[in-house]
Design a binder for this molecule. Structure first.
Ligand SMILES: [Zn+2]
Length: 103
């Protein structure tokens, strides 16, 4: 076992499996699911990842952080909208582009 393997093993023992979902791309959102009321008390919008098909609810702060790399300004209200990206924290996609879509 090399030092590198060893440090990976140590990381795994502390953090569990760290491998991310493969971003295969081409996922399309289910509109019925996007139209459902948000469940988190502080959630303001859903994010859908076309890379891995994951739905995530975001707080206002989370939404601001997600759009930051793309220079998109958030509207005053995100009601009736969702954010679409090709990579998220759950997958290994590397395209940080986020767009604001109408449900
Ligand atoms: Zn993803």
């Amino acid at each position: 076992m090399t030092n590198d393997d060893n440090s990976q093993e140590i990381k795994k023992s502390f953090f569990g499996q760290v491998k991310k979902i493969e971003a295969t791309g081409g996922h399309t959102p289910d509109l019925g699911r996007l139209q459902k009321p948000l469940e988190g008390p502080d959630s303001v919008v859903r994010l859908f990842c076309t890379g891995c098909g994951t739905y995530v609810e975001l707080t206002q702060r989370g939404a601001e952080i997600m759009v930051r790399p793309t220079n998109v300004s958030l509207p005053a209200s995100l009601e009736g909208n969702y954010l679409k990206t090709a990579s998220c924290s759950a997958c290994d996609g590397d395209d940080p582009t986020v767009t604001i879509e109408i449900i």
